[in-house]
Structures are given as structure tokens and as C-alpha cells.
Design a protein around this ligand. Structure first.
Ligand SMILES: [Fe+2]
Length: 164
């Protein structure tokens, strides 16, 4: 598809994040399963539920936009997932994995925050105020998820991990 207009730019970005959110539902399940510390695992579970709602909101946005929900392969998130799989293939100790799982999730949040932050002005420009509100809700959830993970990272007690 050639991208020549604000309409095209919005559609491209929406299809990209729609695919990303679907990938993240599965990725968050893997992260939860790969995490031993309960509060970290439950943060992943909670954000997975939010991600399902974000997909519903995106479907509403597609509806307002007058297009069926379609996915455009999101190579950004795919790359992050691949990077994560390479890390787990090294079979790290559980403590290391718990810590790294937060880092991996935080990277995806940054991607999503950038994606929503760029879609909102396009929706505004297209006069789609209700769509912009839904995208704002997704953006807020991503920001909250990132803040929570950052806090858990800062609180993480590392004494079980050798320094060298
Ligand atoms: Fe999300």
C-alpha cells in the first residue's frame, strides 16, 4: 500500500499496533510463565488482560475509521520477541530471567507508547475525536504498565545473583 496521506499514515500505524497487541497477548503469557517472583508475574498477567481490552478498543477505532481490522506485520515487536527468545535459549538462572523479563516487557512498552503517541495527533487531524480518546486510553495503560515495571525493577533484590 502506498502511503501518501494522513489517512494512509493512520491506517498503516493502526494496523501495525493492532498486530503488535496480538503478539503481546501471547508474549505476556510467556513472560508470566517464565517468571517466578509473584508480583512480577502478576504484573504481566494484569497487563495481558489490559492488552485484550486494548485490542477491543482498536477494533472500535477501525470501526470509526470505516475499515475492517487488519494486521500489518509488526516487525518491531517481532524483533523484540526474537531477541527475548534468543536470551531464554541461553537458559539463564531463574533470578536472572525474572529480572530480564521486566527489561524485555519495558522495551515493548516503549514501542507501544511511541506508536500510540504518534497515532493520536493523526486521529485528531482526521477529526476522529472519539478514536483519539480510545487511543489515549491505551496510551495511558501502556504508560502505567511501564511505570509499574520500572518500579519493580528498582525494587528488585539482586542478592541471589552473583555480581561477577
Ligand atoms: Fe498494549
Amino acid at each position: 500500500m502506498s502511503i501518501d496521506t494522513i489517512h494512509d499514515l493512520f491506517e498503516h500505524g493502526l494496523e501495525d499496533i493492532y498486530h503488535a497487541e496480538h503478539q503481546l497477548v501471547d508474549a505476556l503469557e510467556d513472560l508470566e510463565g517464565n517468571t517466578e517472583r509473584e508480583e512480577i508475574a502478576s504484573a504481566f498477567a494484569e497487563h495481558r488482560e489490559e492488552t485484550r481490552q486494548q485490542i477491543d478498543r482498536l477494533e472500535e477505532v477501525f470501526d470509526m475509521f470505516g475499515e475492517p481490522p487488519e494486521k500489518e506485520e509488526c516487525e518491531g515487536i517481532e524483533g523484540l520477541i526474537e531477541e527475548y527468545e534468543q536470551f531464554t535459549a541461553e537458559d539463564p538462572d531463574q533470578e536472572i530471567l525474572d529480572y530480564h523479563n521486566m527489561a524485555a516487557a519495558e522495551k515493548t512498552e516503549h514501542y507501544e507508547i511511541a506508536a500510540y503517541g504518534n497515532l493520536i495527533p493523526l486521529a485528531d487531524q482526521l477529526g476522529m475525536d472519539d478514536a483519539a480518546d480510545l487511543l489515549e486510553e491505551n496510551l495511558r495503560e501502556e504508560q502505567d504498565a511501564l511505570d509499574e515495571l520500572k518500579e519493580l525493577t528498582e525494587q528488585f533484590e539482586m542478592e541471589a545473583i552473583p555480581a561477577e
